[in-house]
Write a protein that binds this ligand. Sequence first.
Ligand code: MG
Length: 228
Amino acid sequence: AWPLIAQDIPKVIAHRGYWQTYGSAQNSIRSFERAAEIGVYGSEFDVHMTLDSVLILFHDNATHNMKIQEVPYSYLMDIKLPNGECITTLREFLEMARMTSSGMKLIFELKPHATPERNREAARRSVEMIREKKLTYRTEFITFNLDAGKELIRLAPEVPVYYRNGELSPGELKKLGFAGLDYHFDVMRKNPQWFQEAKKLGLGINVWTVNDPLIIKEMAGQGADFIT
Ligand code: MG
């Protein structure tokens, strides 16, 4: 139903790294290295800010009966991921990424935090860190939180910021300065006109999390630029 031609083929983004493979784990250093080995366009990772404002890589909001954002980093630093690595700080992660010669993009998901102030602080510290590590040119931000998204756009206008929460149209995102939308494929199925609207406005389209080859083909045929 959706015959593809070469220019339609979307770029692939590894979700939480390439982690369903030997020796890897979600959001680990190894998952990023493995993603680089298979030549994907980018590798997505999740960032939370701890109580003492340390940025760390982790997906869930809580682990070992602790809410990540409500405890200091010292409570988390010895926790092991399933592959034996410790939870990685953003600083350590970016230092590794700099050494990874691949041009693979850093698809940086900034997680929502409890208040608008904390969301903006997390955005500011994230931008400071990618500037310090000279990785702005390889970074693309994605976020569900509008306060964080607006602050990322304000502080790093040269870095693409994609919005994830699904309720804003391409026109609304364009007005706010977003580079594109990163929506669940069901949201795009319910709003199929958004594919064309986004294209007309020059916005990128990323869809998540697509593991079914038939849905990959469907999204590609509709004009998705990226498949996570
Ligand atoms: Mg994520």
